[in-house]
Design a protein around this ligand. Structure first.
Ligand code: NAD
Ligand code: WQD
Length: 341
């Protein structure tokens, strides 16, 4: 089986991707120091796939430790999820983000070079598009206007990969720009682990519905949208995970060097209030909420043009917003009150 190093494989998107990799016949090797995950995710993952998985609990920005992993595992390719991802925290602690997100990619590229591993899938984000009114956004929409230090680390990483691939004719890189990943594995065994008070909408909805949070605050109802709340492209994490398998297969078919970029969203935007009401209708549970002021830094609307990922990678979403919100609720029930901090 072809070995794939999965940095951040114990995280939200990484863990779901490991399930899909195994199903597709790849052997994922997880590299994660669990700074934003927990042992129980690894246990849950092993339960879903009914086997033990190779896991290296190291900082992937540690070149010596990462070298040893590459020496021992001899991977064919890498999917690099490991990064810090909290937008607000990145404003308060920008150097933490520049150091981990940019530093770990830099170290990884050096180690890949040393071991002649040439195939890489990188986790980027729709945040690279910043605030745009050209919707839906295509891969050619301007980038670089990212509003937060977190967003800017993704802009820099994308640029680093483009420059590295221009200089190394053998490097084959795919940059995946995720929109808003939500949901959980349908088994209810793995899902997102928000630490402390969630910043993201869906974990806040599930915690409010579970009574862990008193109520959700909808950040603004005076935007120029159909109901006044912001529009986002919410994509089921399992659909997202499957795109990584297709990206690896696509890379393997490339004869010429590549560094290409793909949007991963559903192509449909939903408002915050639509997400709340769909959650209530799908799960038969009320979400206590109030309308509050706008949140600084929020863009009015963002959704993907997915033509390229569907035509080139052959990727299509199979799951709906309703599926994702049912799976998110099932996962919340698995977590119980354990997420309270
Ligand atoms: P996550 O925090 O759940 O997973 C990231 C994992 O990486 C965690 O398990 C963490 O412990 C690990 N990690 C971080 N730095 C590390 C390091 N230096 N060494 C070893 N392990 C390290 O995040 P996620 O939601 O699964 O996001 C995965 C990737 O996708 C990130 O690069 C993120 O920026 C990107 N992304 C996420 C979203 C989103 O909304 N979740 C959207 C767009 C892009
Ligand atoms: C969604 C909508 C909020 C919480 C973030 C990152 C982005 C990417 C995806 C990594 C917005 C509203 C939220 C709440 C609310 N991540 N909301 N009440 O901001 O679109 O994107 O995650 O790359 O870079 O910025 O996601 O889930 O925080 O917000 O009304 O308590 O829900 O205003 O309109 P966002 P989100």
């Amino acid at each position: 089986m072809e070995k794939v190093i999965v940095t951040g494989g114990a995280g939200f998107i990484g863990s779901h991707t490991c399930v899909e990799l195994l199903e597709a016949g790849f052997e994922p090797v997880i590299v994660d120091d669990l700074r934003n995950s927990e042992e129980r995710v690894l246990k849950g993952l092993e339960k879903i796939v009914s086997r033990e998985l190779p896991i290296h609990r190291i900082d992937c920005g540690d070149a010596v430790a990462l070298n040893k992993v590459f020496e021992a595992e001899k991977p064919s390719s890498v999917i690099h999820f490991a990064a810090d991802k909290a937008v607000g925290e990145s404003v308060r602690e920008p150097l933490k983000y520049y150091s981990n997100n940019i530093g770990s990619l830099f170290t990884l590229l050096r180690v890949m070079e040393q071991h002649r591993v040439k195939d890489l899938v990188f986790s980027s984000s729709c945040t690279v598009y910043g605030d745009t009114d050209q919707l839906p956004v295509t891969e050619n929409s301007p980038t670089g206007a990212a509003a937060s230090p977190y967003g800017y680390t993704k802009v820099v990483c994308e640029r680093m990969l483009r420059d590295a691939s221009a200089a190394d004719p053998l490097l084959r890189a795919v940059l995946l720009r995720y929109f808003n990943p939500i949901g959980a594995h349908p088994s209810g065994i793995i899902g997102e682990l928000p630490i402390g008070v969630p910043n993201n909408l869906i974990p806040f909805i599930t915690q409010a519905a579970a009574g862990i949070r008193e109520k959700l605050t909808v950040f603004g109802d005076d935007y120029p949208t159909r109901d006044g709340s912001c529009i986002r492209d919410y994509i089921h994490v399992v659909d997202l995970a499957k795109a990584h398998v297709l990206a690896l297969r696509w890379i393997a078919k490339q004869k010429a060097p590549v560094c290409d970029v793909f949007n991963l969203g559903t192509g449909t935007g939903n408002t915050v209030l639509e997400a709340v009401h769909t959650f209530e209708a799908e799960n038969g549970v009320k979400v206590p909420y109030v309308i509050g002021p706008r949140r600084a830094g929020d863009v009015v609307a963002m959704y993907a043009d997915t033509t390229k990922s569907s035509e080139v990678l052959g990727w299509r979403t199979e799951l709906t917003l309703g599926d994702a919100l049912r799976d998110a609720w099932r996962w919340q029930q698995t977590l119980g009150k354990a997420a309270v901090q």
